[in-house]
Design a protein around this ligand. Structure first.
Ligand code: ATP
Ligand code: MG
Length: 247
């Protein structure tokens, strides 16, 4: 198995031994993962295993009962979600959560923020850059959020997260429910983002599309990591994993 992330490189995000749940039901039982600078990491696992719950804990939307979450070396375990967003984590949430009464352009600028000082080297995100990544959003710029197709909504959700100039982009179900051609556009955009050096934590059922893109994978089983490794590692043991974890 591949050590995570590159030996000697401090992780951008580290989740260490998180326990969390909803009321009396505990969902995460010592969940841990790391994302290094510029890495593309996936969270895999069957329905209800705790992937979205992990994302909610990272974003401060659900409190961790135990464990530590660090971003860029800072303990963010008990930070408020707006502070976590400001620190540089951009979320493309499950269900997209587009503002329905705002236009595409208004959605993009509603939560936009300038880059942080630590990002002086990277090119800031602008409407023009979003339009270059997703030309469809330029065509639809005046349309209200409610009048978009699922694929356009997902492009908008990604664009809106990028306009916060994140250092880490988290996608909870990157292509869920989308037609094959739109999925292809989303994966191509994520490839461009990875090539630009953005760190990405991606949840999706479509492992085949992520294998060539991803540096590392975590398979979540009942609220903790049951397997981790590179795409190459995965291919070497996929039959066993399919049998053992239904992946
Ligand atoms: N708001 C909630 N209140 C109570 N239980 C919840 C809530 N959200 C999720 N759960 C439960 O927590 C468990 C983990 O859910 P979670 O959404 O993290 O799974 P997941 O791995 O993201 O699954 P999927 O692939 O279906 O999105 C499930 O048993 C789910 O029913
Ligand atoms: Mg989920």
């Amino acid at each position: 198995m591949t050590a995570s992330p590159g030996a000697g490189v401090a992780p951008l995000l580290s989740v260490e031994g998180i326990h969390a749940g909803y009321g009396p039901s505990q969902v995460l039982h010592g969940m841990s993962l790391r994302v290094g600078p510029g890495e593309f990491v996936t969270l895999l696992g069957r329905n209800g295993m705790g992937k979205s719950t992990t994302v909610k804990c990272i974003l401060g939307l659900l409190p961790a009962r135990a464990g530590v979450i660090r971003f860029d070396g800072r303990d963010i375990t008990r930070s408020a979600s707006h502070q976590i967003a400001r620190a540089g984590i951009g979320l493309v949430p499950e269900g997209r959560q587009i503002f329905p009464n705002l236009s595409v352009e208004e959605n993009l600028i509603a939560t936009a923020r300038p880059p942080r000082r630590a990002q002086a080297q990277s090119r800031p995100w602008t409407l023009e850059r979003i339009h270059a990544l997703f030309p469809r959003l330029q065509e639809r710029r005046g349309n209200p959020g409610t009048r978009l197709s699922g694929g356009e909504q997902q492009m908008l959700a990604i664009g809106r997260a990028l306009m916060t100039n994140p250092r880490l982009l988290i996608l909870d179900e990157a292509t869920e429910g989308l037609a094959p051609l739109v999925r292809r556009d989303i994966w191509q955009a994520l490839r461009q983002l990875k090539d630009s050096g953005l760190a990405i934590l991606c949840i999706d059922k479509n492992l085949g599309s992520m294998l060539p893109l991803a540096d590392r994978h975590y398979i979540v089983e009942k609220g903790r990591v049951a397997w981790e490794g590179s795409s190459q590692d995965y291919l070497a043991v996929q039959d066993e994993l399919r049998h053992r974890l239904s992946i």
